[in-house]
Write a new protein. Structure first.
Length: 119
């Protein structure tokens, strides 16, 4: 009887951990894409985007713990492409990618009126 009680407790604990982990990632098939949403422990969205053939594809958005967008960018078959926007408290960065390589970075801070570029 004692062994059955221990097995029941282990099963219940394992099941509760499995339920918690299921809430941290949500995957949904949409045609040839898989929509993915990752969550912080507090329930806020961490990242949202798509996979195609197991690779990051399309627009991906990252959020901070408060739910504010902090990064928005695009992937094409696993490679970063186009303009990516990174936002922190005082700095906004625009990063241009071509074939997963950084081509140009512009950044603005709240204190400056001129963009800083790495061209």
């Amino acid at each position: 009887m004692k062994k059955i009680a221990i097995l029941l407790i282990v099963f219940c604990v394992s099941f509760s951990f499995a339920q918690q982990n299921e809430n941290k990632v949500k995957l949904e098939k949409k045609g040839d894409l898989t929509e993915a949403t990752f969550y912080y422990d507090n329930g806020q969205i961490d990242q949202h985007g798509f996979f195609k053939d197991g690779k990051l594809h399309g627009t991906w958005t990252s959020y901070n713990l408060d739910g504010d967008k902090i990064v928005v960018g695009n992937y094409n078959n696993g490679e970063k492409v186009g303009k990516w926007i990174h936002k922190t408290n005082n700095v906004l960065k625009e990063v241009d990618y071509t074939n997963d390589k950084i081509e140009k970075v512009n950044s603005w801070s709240r204190e400056s009126t001129i963009a800083v570029s790495n061209e």
